[in-house]
Design a protein around this ligand. Structure first.
Ligand code: PMP
Length: 317
């Protein structure tokens, strides 16, 4: 991680090293946090935050699921996200991490309504998540021996800190066995998602992805790909995907804020198609990255400008 100068913490921009919590913070013990990961892209028209409103909405949705009252409005979170980018001069691309968490107070499992909730927004430079070559050459993945949490256990639609204990096991096992990433099955044995990515499978020109009920986090990149694919006239279907479909797919790709659109080269050491990035994956990558290069028109209003809101946050802090 590359530290920057300032972090927005509980309403104030403060030096990176001073944004700290007590060791008896509730979230540290029980994973009671909700968070987001948001990318900033340098475009010919200046730096833009990709789908800021969608991320802020999911942050508040995650908090609602876990009964966490975020002590700021969505507009204030948006402003804090812009502030940490502008004030840290991260105009060449960055990753923004807002996190709301149960703070220091009672350590019981049923926090009282007045239990403090803290809100932090940090940003730093971050390159390709699965390696520099991954976007072109693809990654080697395995099906994990760890499954996703069953429905009605840990809510998958909430992007909550505690959920990532599962993702960490999936990812570590994959890396330990020489793979770049692990794909987890849902408890019914059908395909769910990667440790930190959604998955798409292409067969005979049709793009398939598991539905929201398959214990997935409904990714914002997933949604962007679905919208773009439809607009490009591609057929895209949300449906349950049996594990073995991974072995006979023509193309597979992973999506996520960190992974962007990453082709999968092999699953369990079996080549996907001919082991090269597929044509549909490449078309979707071109459309997606074209948004930031200026070759895809942002007809959806997904690119959020860095405006003067950043300055306002500093004045009120
Ligand atoms: N699934 C999981 C478990 C994730 O952590 C992520 C990354 N946030 C995703 C899917 C992809 O979501 P998004 O496209 O919104 O980053």
């Amino acid at each position: 991680m590359n530290p920057t100068e300032l972090i927005w913490h509980n309403g104030k921009l403060m030096p990176w090293a001073q944004a700290q919590v007590h060791v008896l913070t509730h979230a540290l013990h029980y994973g009671s946090s909700v968070f987001e990961g948001i990318r900033v892209y340098a475009t010919p028209d200046g730096s833009k935050i990709f789908r800021l409103r969608a991320h802020t909405r999911r942050l508040f949705d995650s908090a609602k699921i876990h009964r966490i009252s975020i002590p700021s409005s969505p507009a204030e979170v948006d402003a804090a996200c812009r502030a940490v980018v502008v004030r840290n001069n991260l105009t060449n691309g960055a990753y923004i991490r807002p996190i709301a968490f149960r703070g220091y107070g009672d350590i019981g499992l049923a926090p009282k309504d007045n239990h403090p909730v803290e809100l932090t927004v940090a940003a730093w430079e971050w390159g390709t998540y699965l390696g520099a070559d991954a976007l072109e050459k693809g990654v080697n993945v395995c099906v994990s021996s760890w499954q996703r949490a069953a429905p009605n256990t840990m809510p998958a639609l909430a992007k909550a800190g505690g959920n990532y204990l599962s993702s960490t096991l999936v990812s570590l096992e994959a890396r330990d066995n020489g793979f770049d990433e692990g794909i987890a099955l849902a408890t019914d044995g059908t395909v769910s998602e990667g440790a930190g990515e959604n998955i798409f499978v292409v067969r005979d020109g049709i793009i398939f992805t598991p539905p929201s009920g398959a214990s997935i986090l409904t990714g914002i990149t997933r949604n962007s790909v679905m919208v773009m694919a439809k607009d490009m006239g591609l057929e895209i279907v949300e449906q349950t995907i049996p594990r073995e479909m991974l072995y006979i797919a023509d193309e597979i790709f992973l999506t996520g804020t960190a992974a962007e659109i990453t082709p999968v080269r092999s699953v369990d050491r079996i080549d996907v198609g001919d082991g090269q990035r597929g044509a549909i994956t490449k078309r979707l990558q071109d459309a997606f990255f074209g948004l930031f290069e200026g070759t895809t028109d942002d007809q959806w209003g997904w690119l959020d400008p860095l405006d003067d809101a950043a300055v306002q946050v500093e004045k009120s802090a």
